[in-house]
Write a protein of this length. Structure first.
Lengths: 103, 215
């Protein structure tokens, strides 16, 4: 049993009784059924949780990929991979394909 | 005043504070947790039934009766379902649920305050009486219901932080130390909040200071 501090104030008996009565209030009947129904319709919440879990990993993977490409690009000098990717606008797609194909 | 089945310790594997006292594992509860983890919904429903009273007392004490309290109560048990795999059998499930219930209720009160401002709190004295659809039989019963509604409204008007200690200490019957552990605050803070809350309740419910022999 936890020891109570000496200077704790207590409500008068009538108020204490009413407060204790409030502590016996319950949910409306069928509460368990409502909980189970929400469990059955939980996928959206799961998706949110999954996305929230995955997001940092995806973000870090994207950052790592960009850094890797940048390093590769630096190592490749002019015309490196990142530079080529950044040039992939509709106007340069054909030229890029020709370049990659060695034409 | 305290409920007969109140928890005697406040720690679980899912919370941060250390237990106040050891507790014997409940084999029935352990079996229900295992069955729930295996996908047995009826076992989980029995777990809900075992602990709904504690969660209801906390959530309704904090938010008042009504659909919002019901909704928060459901979320507490959904969180339990998600956390079952990490739950230690020797821990007190009831106390863990109470902690989740009080935290979710405080979150809901903050949301309400952000959304609607102070006027909502001032205007919510009915505390769900309409929703409860009370059936009143006789004058004495009417008086009892009226007294209970006034006490509930007075509790609802307390600041959320004060209300939390009142709900845990005087509605649920936790000790001051357990209340402090559940809320993650010093025992002295619990005592000072109880004292201020009591002053306010006395001011609003003066007639209950002398009244005796109520049903």
């Amino acid at each position: 049993m936890t020891r109570e501090p000496r200077n704790e104030e207590h409500p008068p008996p009538a108020l204490a009784r009413e407060l204790a009565r409030l502590g016996r209030e319950d949910f409306a009947p069928g509460f368990e059924r409502r909980v189970l129904a929400r469990l059955a319709t939980r996928p959206p919440a799961d998706w949110t949780a999954t996305l929230a879990t995955l997001f940092p990993r995806v973000a870090w993977a994207a950052v790592a990929a960009i850094v890797a490409l940048a390093l590769w690009n630096i190592g490749s000098g002019e015309g490196g991979t990142l530079e080529r990717l950044l040039r992939l606008t509709p106007l340069t797609v054909e030229a890029s394909i020709d370049h990659w194909a060695g034409l | 005043m305290a409920k007969a089945n109140r928890p005697t310790r406040s720690d679980t594997s899912l919370v941060t504070t250390e237990p106040s006292a050891p507790q014997q594992p409940d084999p029935v509860e352990g079996g229900l947790i295992a069955a729930s983890l295996a996908g047995d919904d009826q076992a989980f429903a029995r777990l809900v039934a075992r602990h709904r009273g504690k969660v209801a007392a906390t959530v309704i004490g904090m938010l008042g009766p009504g659909p919002e309290a019901d909704d928060v109560g459901q979320e507490v048990f959904l969180q339990l379902h998600r956390s079952l795999a990490g739950f230690r059998a020797e821990a007190s499930l009831g106390t863990w649920l109470t902690r989740i219930a009080i935290n979710r209720s405080l979150d809901e009160l903050r949301r309400r305050q952000r959304r609607f401002g102070r006027w909502l709190r001032l205007g919510s004295d009915s505390s769900g009486e309409d929703w409860a659809e009370l059936q009143v039989d006789g004058e004495a019963e009417m008086e009892r219901r009226d007294r209970q509604a006034r006490v509930r409204a007075a509790v609802q008007r307390l600041k959320p932080d004060w209300r939390a200690v009142v709900v845990l200490r005087w509605l649920q019957g936790y000790s001051t130390l357990q209340t402090a552990e559940l809320l993650g605050i010093p025992k002295g803070t619990v005592l000072s909040r109880l004292s201020r809350a009591l002053d306010k309740l006395r001011g609003e419910l003066g007639e209950l200071q002398e009244e005796e022999g109520s049903p």
